[in-house]
Design a protein around this ligand. Structure first.
Ligand code: IVH
Length: 685
C-alpha cells in the first residue's frame, strides 16, 4: 500500500513538472506520448485505489457531469479594461501624462520623449487576443476561476478552467507565497488548434468560429467540461488581483513570483526603463509576432512600480498606468476577380468580393465583404482592380480601397443586379434602406438562409443543421421548407446516402431535430425570420398570447397594443401570419408536432433606463460582444436595431465606430461611450 501511494505521488510530481516545463518554461523534456503514458499509469493506479485520489491530481482536470449553468461571482477587485492606441504620438502623450501624474520633470533629451529614462520602469507584454480570466488560489489550491463579465461580476468557470493544462491546479510552494493569490491572465487558443477545431466543426455541419478569441469565449461558455478539455486552450498570467498578504512592490516582481509558483508568464515579457526602448520592442515585435502561433494584436505597456500605479490611479474605465499599443490590422493587396451577390434570409443582397487568393494574418483569403452598393460607390472599386484588403483580427476581411496607380486598362463596373441571382425576380431598392432586396417570398436562396437561421443556436438550436448541412440537404432535394426539417427523421436512409454522412452523424442530427420540437413558441417565432421580430419581440409576443392560435386570431391593432410592440412590428407579424406562405409554415410545423405554445409567467415589470429605447451599436466594445450586449439590453426592455434613423434614441459607440456615428451626429442623437454604458448597466443589476 505504502509503495502504491508513493508511486502515485511520484507520478503526480513528474506530471506536474512536465506540465510546468511545457507551459511555463517552454522547454519540454519528454514527448506528448511519454507524457500521456505517465498520465495513463496514474489513472490506472488511482482507479485501483480510489481512496488515494485528491482533487489536485492531474487526473482530476475533467469533472464529471455537465453543469446546468454558470454561477455569477463578484470580483474582489474590479477587472478593468485598458485604453488603446494605434499611434506613436498618442503613446508618447500617454507617457507624458504618466510623468505629469508622477510629478517627474521631463528631462529634455535630444530626441525628445523617445530617448530618455525618467525613472519610470515599464513592463511590456504581448497583448494576446483571448479572454481575460481571474484565478483564485487559497493555500496554493485553485478554488475559483471567473470570467471578466462586466468587470464587476463574471461567471464562475472553475470546472472549465480546471481542464486547461496550462492552469496549475495547485501552485508550487515557494517561500513567502501569499495564502491568497488572485491572478489575472488571458485564456487563448493557438492558431493551429483554431484551425483544427473549425475543420472539425465544418465536417460536423456546424458554423465555424470567426476567430480564435470567439472560439475561446465560446469554449469557456461550454457547460460540458469534457468539450472544453478537448479544445486545448492555453493560458498566460498577466496581472494580480487580490493578494493576502501582498509583499510585492512591482508588477515584474509579481510576475517573477507567479512564474516560480508554476503559472505561465509570457516569455516575451520585458522590463525597460525608457519609452525609447519600449518603442523599439513594439516595432520589433510587430514582425516577430507572426511566428508565435497565436494572435497578438498589440503590446501592453504597464508602469512597473505599484506605488507609481497607485499614484496614477484609474478612470472609471481603465487604469492610467497602462496602455495597449495596437498594431494596425494586417493588410494585403490582391486582385478583385468578380463580385457575387449573396441573398440574405430577408432578401437583402450583399456584394461579396471574389478575390485572387492571398495570404493575410495567418489564413488564405478568397472572399471579402463589400457591404452594400453605397460602399462600392464610395470606394470606387471596379472588377479587375488591385485592391487592399484588411483583416482586423475579425470575422470577414474587408475591402479597404483600390490601388489607383495599378488600375488596369480594362476594368468593369460593379453593377447592382437587376434580378435576384437565385430566383430571377427583379430586385428592388426599398426606400430608407441602402440594401438591395429580392422580394420574392419563395426565393430558394432566401429559404435556405431562413432555414439556417431557424436552426440556429438562439432559435430552434438544432445542432448539426448548420450552413453546410442545409445546403447539402437542399441540394439533395430533401429540404424545401420548414416542415421538411421535421420530415428528415423519417428519411434516415436518404440521409445515409449523403456524402460524409455516417450513421452516428445522421442519428445525432435526427435526435437534435426531435429535441427542437419542444422549444416553445418564443423560439419558433424568433426562428421564422419575420421582419422586426428578434429574440426579445418573439418572447414578448409568446408571453402575451400564449399560443400561435391566439396570435393568429389577434388583429393587427391588438398586436400593436401589446407593451413594447410598435405598429411597424405589428404589421409585419400580422402580414406574415396571414400571408399564404406564413400560414403554410405554421401548418407544417403544427403537423410535425412542434410545440406552438408558451407557458405564461407572471412577469415583473422591467424598470430600467433602457426600457422602450431604440438603441444602435457601433464599433467594438471591450466588455461585450455584440450578441451578449444585445441580449442584455433587450432583456432590459430596449430594442436594438442595426441602423441609425430618426427613431433611434441612443447610439452606443465602441472602438473604431462606423458611419453610424456620423449619422447619429447628423441627426443629433444621443451617444454614449462604453464607460457611460457600464455605468448605466451597473444601476440595473
Ligand atoms: S492587463 C488593468 N495585460 O486585453 C489591466 N490585458 O483590452 C487589465 N489582454 O481585458 C488587463 N493581454 O483580456 C493585460 N498582457 C496583457 C494582456 C491583456 C491581453 C486583454 C485582456 C484585457 C484586454 C483589455
Amino acid at each position: 500500500m505504502e509503495s502504491v501511494a508513493k508511486r502515485i505521488e511520484r507520478l503526480r510530481n513528474e506530471i506536474h513538472r512536465h506540465n510546468w516545463l511545457y507551459y511555463v518554461e517552454n522547454r519540454p523534456e519528454i514527448s506528448d506520448q511519454a507524457f500521456d503514458r505517465l498520465l495513463k499509469e496514474l489513472e490506472r493506479l488511482e482507479a485501483q485505489h480510489p481512496e488515494l485520489i485528491t482533487p489536485d491530481s492531474p487526473t482530476q482536470r475533467v469533472g464529471g457531469q455537465p453543469l446546468a449553468g454558470f454561477r455569477a461571482v463578484e470580483h474582489t477587485w474590479p477587472m478593468l479594461s485598458i485604453d488603446n492606441t494605434y499611434d506613436r504620438n498618442e503613446l508618447a502623450a500617454w507617457y507624458q501624462r504618466v510623468l505629469r501624474g508622477l510629478k517627474i520633470q521631463p528631462s529634455a533629451g535630444e530626441g525628445g520623449l523617445f530617448d530618455r529614462g525618467d525613472g519610470v520602469d515599464l513592463v511590456l507584454e504581448p497583448k494576446i487576443d483571448g479572454v481575460a480570466v481571474s484565478l483564485r488560489y487559497e493555500d496554493g489550491q485553485l478554488v475559483l476561476a471567473a470570467t471578466r463579465g462586466d468587470g464587476r461580476r463574471g461567471d464562475d468557470i472553475t470546472t472549465n478552467a480546471r481542464t486547461i493544462r496550462a492552469i496549475p491546479l495547485r501552485l508550487m510552494p515557494d517561500d513567502g507565497m501569499p495564502r491568497l493569490v488572485e491572478v489575472r491572465g488571458e485564456v487563448y487558443m493557438t492558431q493551429e488548434e483554431f484551425q483544427r477545431l473549425n475543420h472539425q466543426r465544418i465536417d460536423q455541419g456546424l458554423e465555424p468560429f470567426a476567430n480564435p478569441r470567439n472560439a475561446t469565449a465560446g469554449t469557456l461558455k461550454q457547460l460540458d467540461p469534457r468539450v472544453v478539455a478537448s479544445r486545448h486552450l492555453r493560458f498566460y498570467a498577466h496581472g494580480r488581483g487580490h493578494l493576502d498578504p501582498d509583499p510585492y512592490r512591482r508588477h515584474s516582481e509579481f510576475l517573477a513570483a507567479a512564474k516560480r509558483w508554476g503559472l505561465p508568464v509570457n516569455p516575451h515579457t520585458r522590463q525597460v526603463s525608457s519609452l525609447d526602448e519600449a518603442w523599439k520592442y513594439i516595432e520589433e515585435f510587430e514582425r516577430y509576432r507572426a511566428e508565435l502561433g497565436y494572435l497578438v494584436d498589440g503590446v501592453v505597456v504597464k508602469v512597473d512600480r505599484y506605488d507609481q500605479q497607485e499614484q496614477l490611479g484609474a478612470t472609471s474605465k481603465a487604469p492610467r498606468w497602462c496602455i495597449a499599443y495596437k498594431y494596425a490590422a494586417e493588410q494585403a493587396t490582391t486582385r478583385l476577380r468578380d463580385v457575387t451577390w449573396q441573398v440574405g434570409k430577408g432578401g437583402t443582397l450583399t456584394p461579396v468580393a471574389e478575390l485572387e487568393p492571398v495570404f493575410v494574418a495567418g489564413t488564405t483569403v478568397k472572399r471579402a465583404s463589400l457591404h452594400n452598393v453605397d460602399e462600392i460607390r464610395r470606394k470606387g472599386v471596379r472588377i479587375g482592380d488591385v485592391v487592399v484588403i484588411e483583416k482586423a483580427g475579425e470575422i470577414i476581411p474587408q475591402v479597404v480601397r483600390y490601388v489607383e496607380d495599378q488600375r488596369p486598362r480594362h476594368t468593369k463596373a460593379i453593377e447592382p443586379p437587376a434580378r435576384c441571382p437565385s430566383c430571377g425576380t427583379p430586385t428592388v431598392h426599398l426606400e430608407d434602406e441602402v440594401a438591395l432586396r429580392c422580394v420574392n417570398p419563395d426565393c430558394p436562396a432566401q429559404l435556405r438562409e431562413r432555414l439556417i437561421w431557424f436552426a440556429g443556436r438562439d432559435q430552434m438550436d438544432i445542432e448539426g443543421l448548420g450552413d453546410k448541412m442545409v445546403h447539402q440537404l437542399a441540394d439533395a432535394g430533401l429540404l424545401h421548407s420548414f416542415g421538411d426539417i421535421y420530415a428528415l427523421p423519417q428519411k434516415r436512409d436518404r440521409l445515409l446516402e449523403l456524402e460524409r454522412m455516417g450513421a452516428k452523424k445522421a442519428d445525432n442530427l435526427i435526435r437534435a431535430i426531435e429535441e427542437s420540437k419542444s422549444r416553445g413558441l418564443a423560439r419558433v417565432l424568433a426562428g421564422l425570420g419575420i421582419r422586426h421580430v428578434g429574440t426579445r419581440t418573439a418572447a414578448i409576443l409568446a408571453q402575451h398570447f400564449g399560443s400561435i392560435d391566439a396570435l393568429v386570431e389577434a388583429g393587427q391593432e391588438q398586436i400593436a397594443q401589446v407593451d413594447e410592440i410598435g405598429p411597424v412590428t405589428a404589421e409585419s407579424v400580422y402580414k406574415f401570419l396571414h400571408h399564404e406562405s406564413g400560414r403554410q409554415v405554421i401548418r407544417e410545423l403544427r403537423e410535425a408536432g412542434v410545440k406552438l405554445t408558451e407557458p405564461r409567467q407572471a412577469k415583473a415589470p422591467v424598470k430600467s433606463p433602457f426600457a422602450g429605447k431604440t438603441i444602435v451599436l457601433t464599433g467594438s466594445l471591450e466588455s461585450f460582444d455584440r450578441k451578449t450586449l444585445t441580449d442584455r439590453l433587450e432583456s432590459l426592455g430596449a430594442k436594438v436595431t442595426g441602423s441609425v434613423s430618426k427613431n433611434t434614441d441612443l447610439v452606443i459607440v465602441g472602438e473604431s465606430p462606423g458611419s453610424k456615428l456620423d449619422k447619429a451626429h447628423e441627426l443629433g442623437i444621443e451617444t454614449w461611450d462604453e464607460a457611460q454604458l457600464l455605468e448605466a448597466l451597473k444601476k440595473t443589476s
